[in-house]
Design a protein around this ligand. Structure first.
Ligand SMILES: [Zn+2]
Length: 189
């Protein structure tokens, strides 16, 4: 039996698509379902099965944090930013029902750096507007997402300007918080 064809966590055969390579094997798409959406492929590649088990425990703990999370402020977009100002916590969720999403809850003071930049879309002259929050967190290094709903914006188009405005609104929501200090980077990459 070829072990590389089996999920390192549940032992079920891997499907053709949707698996993730990890340091000491691979995970099937069922096992990665409860994982954080902020894990990148390279994050997975650095993880062992044991690390992933710890990650799932962390995700379970996160559900409890969501129970006490109270939204004081939000900035809506393809991704919506929610701030709990009283408890100094935030989350970013693609879904309206962030509880169902088990959106990761972070502390304000875990934020190290926030960057907004344009990224070239493929071989075209079009761009995507990216928002990146670098974190000091044991499980998640980056909350990184594309601000525009559909990839590839024509520079100076209405959608391009709207996406930049939205990115700046996310940033402003953080900047308005009194005790929140972070590095800010704006530019192109
Ligand atoms: Zn599995």
């Amino acid at each position: 039996m070829d072990n590389e064809r089996l999920c390192s966590l549940c032992g079920e055969p891997l499907s053709r698509y949707g698996n993730k390579k990890i340091k000491d094997g691979a995970l099937c798409r069922n096992c990665i379902k409860p994982a954080s959406p902020w894990l990148s492929d390279s994050d997975y590649e650095k993880m062992s099965v044991e690390d992933f088990r710890k990650h799932l425990e962390y995700r379970n703990e996160n559900l409890k944090k969501l129970d006490v999370f109270k939204t004081d402020k939000k900035v809506e977009g393809k991704y919506t930013l929610y701030l709990d100002e009283a408890d100094k916590k935030f989350l970013v969720s693609k879904r309206k029902d962030y509880k169902k999403d088990n959106a990761d809850v972070f502390d304000f003071d875990e934020i190290k750096e926030i960057s907004i930049y344009e990224e070239k879309y493929g071989e075209t002259d079009d761009v995507d507007i990216c928002f990146d929050i670098k974190l000091e967190n044991k499980q998640i290094d980056n909350v990184f997402f594309r601000v525009n709903e559909f990839p590839g914006l024509i520079r100076d188009s209405k959608e391009h300007k709207e996406s930049i405005d939205l990115a700046l609104s996310y940033l402003a929501a953080f900047e308005e918080e009194e005790d929140l200090h972070f590095e800010q980077v704006e530019g192109e990459e």
